[in-house]
Design a protein around this ligand. Structure first.
Ligand code: TYD
Ligand code: MG
Length: 449
């Protein structure tokens, strides 16, 4: 007899009151021997034949265009028939909205789409659809939680794309456990995967995750699916980022940017232009432009610092949003020691515009410049972009994808880019590339010292 945690799947040979893995109380239950359904699902996996590797016939993988360019791009060029995509994200972030939009565009271009909701009634889906302007006779909608009835409807509609919203709300009738339990998730995902492969459709499984790290859902099924993408964003910000974290048919860590509007999510094909609010004017003191890497593509964003003296009457405040605070603390120390500029009696606030986040060292020099610019109340002029990692002794270090970052700055009409000195610095026609050895030298070039 063994026991397993109903929340995260942790196994133990004895019963435990609190799960050592996820910390959930009273979540352990005895695991019965495998049910018949589980044995079936283990034995009837896709029946491929044994074959030497050089004789495998790839055929032609034809990708189906979803009609939403940014989604096709992060999936590696479109939807692959017979593949399962896990679509995760926090509740309320916009998963149902985006998938309903996708359902519409696939239905319009490619044929039948079946959208199953285990969370909303058909009337609720219709209300949302009206708001989004979604209406197509090839888009079928069913409010259903039972897996057997879902499978029956798949046979009836014969869709090229199936959307199950959400996998946590779907129950397999012959399986123990409530909807959303580890056993149910495994069983429903495995069965849907099998039917997806055999019917050569593309299936999206929606999975809710919560910020607190209750990953029971998506993490349990992530290894079963071919592709996992997550929709991220902050409350109060309308920017949404769709990120691929697993892709058996393409690159991972590809990123697409969307904006939540009253009529749904709109793809942002040029994020730099979108995030730079005042492109034509020079930024004010404390604001600098840095290229951050999202996946493999550089995005230019505004990094802002506000440094304001406390007058020495209270402990200084330090806040940063979108940046790694520990890194900021190290950089403040470098500013103090290398540039002789004291910030210990000042509040320092730092943020990246648009709700983006980065932990990249390549923004180090931008942070230093923003802090010094704010403190001196002197703006960075000359349509300048700043890139570079800062070492503890103030030396500038090389960053990855430097060329792509410079190209992006040039494309957006910037005139000068400060970069770490590398053996062969790239040169460009329309932008002045300025290789720099140290933070001191960089501050001199920016006329901030
Ligand atoms: P939803 O797609 O229901 O989120 P999820 O399926 O991830 O739980 O989106 C919910 C939020 O999106 C809700 O707060 C309202 C907002 N929203 C818009 O801003 N514009 C829209 O067009 C729609 C349909 C929703
Ligand atoms: Mg939803």
């Amino acid at each position: 007899m063994a026991y397993s945690c109903g929340s995260c799947g942790y196994r133990s040979i004895k019963w435990l009151g609190r799960c050592p893995s996820c910390g959930e109380w009273d979540s352990f239950a005895a695991q019965e021997a495998n049910t018949k359904a589980e044995k079936d699902s283990a034995s009837s996996w896709i029946g491929e034949t044994l074959c030497p590797i050089n004789e495998i016939d790839l055929g032609e993988i034809k990708r189906l265009k979803s009609g939403i360019g940014e989604i096709d791009r992060i999936l590696g060029g479109g939807l692959i028939p017979g593949s399962v995509i896990l679509f995760g994200g926090e509740p309320g972030i916009g998963k149902s909205t985006l998938l309903l939009q996708l359902a519409q565009s696939v239905a319009r271009e490619n044929g039948n789409v079946l959208y199953i909701s285990g969370e909303e009634s058909a009337a609720q889906i219709k209300l949302r659809a009206d708001r989004l302007g979604v209406e197509d006779k090839h888009l079928y909608v069913l409010s259903e939680q039972s897996l057997s009835r879902i499978i029956a409807s798949i046979k009836q509609v014969d869709p090229c794309v199936l959307i199950v919203d959400s996998i946590q709300a779907t129950v397999s009738d012959g399986t123990l456990g409530e909807a959303g339990s580890v056993r149910q998730l495994r069983e429903t995902s495995a069965k849907l995967t099998r039917i997806t492969k055999s019917r050569k459709m593309t299936t999206f499984l929606v999975g809710h995750i919560t910020k607190e790290g209750t990953f029971a859902g998506p993490k349990t099924v992530e290894h079963l699916v071919d592709v996992a993408i997550y929709l991220e964003g902050h409350r109060g910000e309308d920017t949404r980022i769709l990120r691929s974290v697993k892709n058996r048919f393409g690159r991972t860590n590809e990123v697409a940017v969307f904006q939540m509007r009253t009529d749904g999510l709109k793809e942002i094909t040029n994020p730099s232009r979108f995030f730079l609010e005042e492109q034509q004017r020079e930024p004010g003191a404390g604001t600098v432009i840095v290229p951050i890497l999202e996946g493999t593509r550089p995005i230019l964003v505004e990094l802002q610092a506000l440094v304001s003296p406390t007058g020495g009457y209270r402990a200084p405040q330090r806040r940063s949003s979108g940046l790694d605070y520990n890194r900021v603390a190290v950089l403040l120390a470098v500013i103090e020691r290398r540039l002789g500029i004291h910030t210990s009696d000042a509040d320092v606030y730092l943020s990246i515009a648009g709700g983006l986040e980065t932990r990249e060292r390549a923004t180090d020099l931008g942070i230093v410049a923003a802090v010094v610019s704010s403190l001196r109340n002197r703006p960075v002029t000359g349509r300048t972009v700043i890139v570079g990692e800062v070492g503890l002794s103030g030396e500038l270090r090389r960053v990855k994808n430097l060329r792509e970052r410079i190209t992006e700055a040039e494309k957006l009409g910037y005139k000068r880019v400060i970069v770490p000195a590398v053996p062969k610095p790239p040169t460009r026609k329309r932008i002045d590339v300025v290789p720099t050895q140290t933070v001191e030298q960089a501050m001199d070039t920016l006329m901030l010292r």
